[in-house]
Design a protein around this ligand. Structure first.
Ligand SMILES: C[S@@+](CC[C@H](N)C(=O)[O-])C[C@H]1O[C@@H](n2cnc3c(N)ncnc32)[C@H](O)[C@@H]1O
Length: 265
């Protein structure tokens, strides 16, 4: 299965992501954070980049902010669009790569929520995305995205893990009402800073027998803070805030989830 093929997950993404993050605080408070950010900086328009199935986009719409949305995956855009229509919103949601999209307007606020930026696997792609987003922002426009700090403890563990060393993550009921178990295996390459994972989905019948199995790859790149600071300087942004989580925890020291809030210079 292709790395960027979300066709098989799009329908169930909201169901299992909710289950996955219910007991993890890495993403807790993300919708409120982005709503506050959009309220503060989005007077001349908001775009949700790598919007997925619209977890942020629709939350903003429900709170009166009609943002545009874009995602590399047509399937994710389609699900986001269907959800928006069901809720009575007509939003402009279009498939595109964040390294090269062009909208017919500029924005004062761009959001890349919940690790979308980490799907860019090389510094060159990160640079291309930052430069391109800058082109889509008005002067002084704001961008927020998050990265994971490479953490020596987890790196050491993941360097020993192979891409097939699965651990159980969660179980949930899919859109067809079937019971699914999800496992993942994540390994880390310190030279490329890429976390390479495989996610395994087992669909079970009523007796608990596996009737279907899907495996999909997932790769995300971790970024050192100093590296990101230089990259932002190189691409024409000034850093406004660095938070250590969506509750605006101090980001001065190493944090697992680093939230960058930067302004187009
Ligand atoms: C972890 S999901 C986050 C989705 C959404 N922001 C959320 O909070 O639910 C990452 C998303 O990034 C998208 N993506 C990956 N690479 C991309 C790229 N180069 N340009 C635009 N979207 C991309 C994927 O298709 C996927 O929907």
């Amino acid at each position: 299965m292709d790395l960027h093929d979300y066709e098989d997950v799009a329908e169930n993404y909201d169901l299992y992501l909710d289950a996955m993050y219910r007991n993890e605080d890495n993403h807790s408070g993300f919708q409120e954070f982005y709503l506050d950010f959009a309220r503060e900086y989005g007077k001349e328009g908001v775009i949700d980049i790598a919007c997925g199935t619209g977890a942020v986009l629709l939350y903003l719409a429900e709170h009166g902010i009609m943002a545009d949305g874009t995602d590399l995956s047509e399937a994710m855009c389609r699900v986001a669009d269907e959800k928006a229509r069901q809720k009575g919103f007509r939003l402009h949601i279009f498939p595109a790569n964040m390294t090269e999209f062009r909208s017919d307007r500029k924005y004062s606020c761009a959001i890349i929520a919940r690790s979308g930026f980490m799907h860019l696997l090389t510094p060159e792609l990160q640079k291309a995305a930052l430069l391109n987003i800058r082109e889509n922002l008005v002067d002084g426009g704001m961008l927020t995205f998050n990265t994971f700090d490479p953490h020596p403890f987890f790196q050491a563990q993941q360097m020993k893990t192979r891409e097939t060393d699965y651990s159980f993550r969660l179980e949930y009921t899919n859109k067809q009402g079937q019971h699914e178990k999800i496992y993942n295996a994540i390994s880390y390459d310190p030279y490329t800073q890429i976390m390479s994972g495989n996610w395994k989905y087992e669909v079970l019948d009523d007796q608990g027998n596996i009737i279907e199995e899907r495996i999909r790859p997932l790769k995300m790149r971790q970024t050192y803070r100093q590296e990101m600071k230089y990259l932002l300087e190189l691409t024409g942004y000034e850093i406004v805030d660095i938070f250590g989580g969506y509750h605006m925890e101090s980001g001065n020291r190493s944090a697992k989830n680093v939230i960058w809030c930067v302004r187009k210079k």
